[in-house]
Design a protein around this ligand. Structure first.
Ligand code: FES
Length: 241
């Protein structure tokens, strides 16, 4: 039985939380490639942040904050253009890094504030999945995989990512392994459990993944393993280098 403090440590994954900091050290699946059309934004929520994916004129995926930096209008109603995503309320155009490219001519010069923009995170597509890196500094190597398209599933779960891991642990403790804090393997299947908030998560399920470059740890005692990873990461961040 874990304590309330440990439960909070595992469940709070927003920006600035200890578990959130740990998970942001890794690439995380944000959507399937097939979910992101060329001409429409696609909303995602990852680790408590509301974001929007879109493709630029070359088809390259990008991810920026969901609400317009001007007056907070939902960019899901924005228009995809070759250079970025345009908010349809006052027409500000944001590039793939969330920077403002164009804004309304009717604004007085002193209100134009060219330095504002949306939050943005780098994304890459691999094997039919769009991955996002939401951490600070350089992104690590993307765990490679070779799952044929169509064999990857994305599932919305109405329970926490932690319950997904615990459930796996109970079902198949013998062959389960952790590869990332929220990426686990049992047998031929890999489950990547990405927290949406503390009560639900998105699960990416696939098999045939090559994770040889990452160290695996057994899923037995999943709670202890994850808590220790969170604490180790926090103390590494505060230790003098
Ligand atoms: S609210 Fe988006 S441009 Fe004004």
């Amino acid at each position: 039985m874990i304590t309330e403090e440990e439960n909070n440590l595992l469940m709070c994954t927003g920006k600035g939380t200890l578990c959130g900091d740990l998970m942001r050290r890794y690439w995380q699946p944000a959507a399937l490639s097939e979910e992101l059309a060329a001409d429409k934004p696609f909303a995602v929520q990852l680790f408590g942040e509301e974001l929007v994916l879109f493709r630029d004129g070359t088809g390259t995926a990008a991810m920026i904050g969901r609400y317009c930096a001007h007056q907070g209008v939902d960019m899901m109603y924005g228009r995809v253009e070759p250079d970025g995503l345009r908010c349809l309320y006052h027409g500000w155009l944001f590039d793939t890094c969330g920077q403002v490219l164009l804004r309304g001519d009717w604004l007085p010069e002193k209100e134009r504030r060219w330095d504002v923009g949306q939050p943005s995170y780098p994304v890459v597509e691999n094997g039919g999945v769009i991955y996002a890196f939401m951490g600070a500094g350089a992104a690590p190597e993307l765990p490679g995989h070779s799952a044929p398209q169509g064999e990857i599933k994305r599932l919305a779960r109405e329970h926490s990512y932690w319950q997904g891991i615990v459930g796996l642990n109970e079902a198949a403790p013998a062959d389960g392994q952790f590869f990332l804090p929220n990426l686990v393997r049992t047998g031929a299947f890999n489950r990547w459990l990405v927290p949406v908030d503390d009560k639900s998560h998105t699960e990416f399920l696939f098999h045939g993944v090559d994770l040889v470059q990452l160290a695996g740890a057994p899923l037995n005692n999943a709670g202890e393993h994850l808590l220790s990873a969170i604490r180790d990461n926090a103390s590494a961040a505060t230790s003098p280098s």
